[in-house]
Design a protein around this ligand. Structure first.
Ligand code: CMC
Length: 432
């Protein structure tokens, strides 16, 4: 079987043979298809990249039809059960799980870069008491670049590694301090004797006690949530990290762009919408009426459906089990009953079955975060901490990929032809 595509251009009657590699044709090959020598050549038009591969990647695989998610080949379920977030971050960035020695060194390095320059800490006081923590995160990431001039050497592997470690190490500190700022509590400095998530809980919740002791179930639950959120291939924020990084922008500013993308309600904000929806439903008896309203297109069932998954999101399955472990410690979140009833009814309803609408990662995660004491504004920040590892892996892969260049899409120009400038006093037509 020939791995080619034959295209007939009906404008000219000419035939072209285009190579198919990995189920893909190269858009640049279409440029050979011309009506004349002066013609620019054919382009493909794909708003929102719905059917365009922008890179070759070896990091994360999603098979949406079968509900599969793997990091570097390892099923997400196995990683969630047996691994730790820092090990997964290493895996995403380096391609292989660390040996025991590599792991010890990696954890030690991350642990010793958790502090933030005091000048940045002072600048936090400039934000209003009700500043959205995600807006603060976006600006802190950009601000960090001003402390690390060397981070601009993006082609130097040793420098890249140094700043990758710094970013992964500092994300929990920045995140925790946005929370402390919003509650008017003093910032808690990192405790290097605690684990990555244990220290994060310490910086969030420690009050007068001399030594914070994280609850092991909550510490582990957060670690599992971090594993589940660490990467999701070419999503909107990863694509932003790659696009901005392709201009050889330093990793701090590239990640600020990625975090800004994640901030959007269509990306990292859906778990907040799920909580609002569950509160609005209010009682399990109101679920059938709410489902009917979804079918009547009055609103959407938040936390359901996904552009890629047309099956149960494997992350949702893990989170659902995790929720029960967390509730044993924090007390049962009463909204879980409404969530379970919604899921049961929706999964058996023809409308949702036909459209392959299943719970996604956001359906249960907000319930856990709320039970652990996080306000909803912190939800996207909790997403950003682990996703930084994925963004950095995607950014690094882009930088080291010889085929990649500055990201610069084409357009189909639909504006005016050339026209002459009209002086201000002679203009009669208003744009509005
Ligand atoms: N509730 C009710 N109907 C839905 C829903 C939903 N949550 N999602 C999709 N549909 C219907 C939609 O009305 C359409 O029906 P029809 O073909 O009859 O018009 C059909 O399913 C296909 O929907 P679509 O909007 O074309 O699908 P999409 O791939 O463009 O959208 C989505 C994906 C995630 C934006 C959408 O499913 C949605 O809005 N879900 C609710 C919000 C949500 O939970 N978002 C979190 C996504 S996971 C987090 C992340 O990875 O960033």
């Amino acid at each position: 079987m020939s791995e080619t595509l034959t295209i007939t251009d009906n404008r000219t009657g000419k035939q072209y043979e285009v190579a198919i590699t990995d189920g893909t044709i190269r858009a640049a090959d279409l440029r050979e298809i011309k009506v004349s020598e002066e013609d620019f050549g054919l382009m493909s038009y794909d708003p929102a990249f719905k059917n365009t591969a922008s890179c070759r990647s070896a990091i994360t695989l999603i098979d949406g039809e079968r509900g599969i998610l793997r990091y570097r080949g390892y099923p997400i379920e196995q990683l969630a059960e047996q691994s730790s977030f820092l090990e997964v971050a290493y895996l995403l960035l380096n391609g292989e799980l660390p040996t025991a020695d590599e792991h010890a060194k990696w954890v030690d390095e991350i642990t010793h870069h958790t502090y933030i320059h005091e000048y940045l800490t002072k600048s936090m006081d400039g934000y209003r008491y009700d500043a959205h923590p995600m807006g603060m995160m976006v600006s802190f990431l950009g601000a960090l670049s001003t402390f690390y001039e060397s981070s601009k050497e993006v082609r130097n592997p040793a420098v890249r590694r140094e700043h990758i470690i710094k970013i992964i190490a500092k994300m929990p500190t920045l995140a925790a301090w946005t929370f402390r700022h919003s509650t008017g509590r003093p910032y808690i400095y990192p405790d290097n004797e605690l684990s990555y998530t244990g220290n994060f809980l310490n910086m969030l919740f420690r009050m007068a006690e001399p030594k914070y002791e994280p609850h092991p179930v909550l510490e582990r639950a957060l670690d599992v949530l971090f594993i589940l959120h660490a990467d999701h291939e070419q999503n909107c924020s990863a694509n932003s990290a790659r696009a901005v990084g392709s201009a050889e922008t330093d990793p701090y500013c590239s990640l600020a762009a990625a975090a800004a993308a994640l901030y959007g309600p269509l990306h990292g904000g859906a778990n907040e919408a799920v909580l609002r929806m569950l509160k609005q439903i209010g009682h399990i008896d109101n679920v059938p009426e709410f489902i009917q309203a979804c079918k009547d297109r009055k609103h959407r069932l938040m936390g359901f459906g996904h552009r890629v998954y047309k099956n149960y999101d494997p992350r949702a399955r893990v989170i659902k089990t995790l929720a029960h472990d967390v509730f044993k410690v924090t007390g049962r979140n009463p909204l879980i009953d409404i969530a379970l009833e919604l899921e049961t009814i929706a999964l058996n309803d023809e409308f949702f079955v036909e459209r392959k609408l299943y719970p996604n990662v956001d359906f249960y995660s907000g319930l856990i975060y709320q039970s652990m004491g996080f306000p909803t504004t912190m939800f996207p920040v909790l997403f950003a901490i682990p996703r930084a590892a994925g963004w950095l892996a995607q950014w690094q892969e882009m930088i080291t990929d010889k085929e990649q260049k500055i990201a610069r899409p084409r357009q189909i120009y639909i504006g005016h032809d050339e026209r002459d400038y009209v002086p201000l006093d002679q203009r009669t037509q208003s744009a509005s």
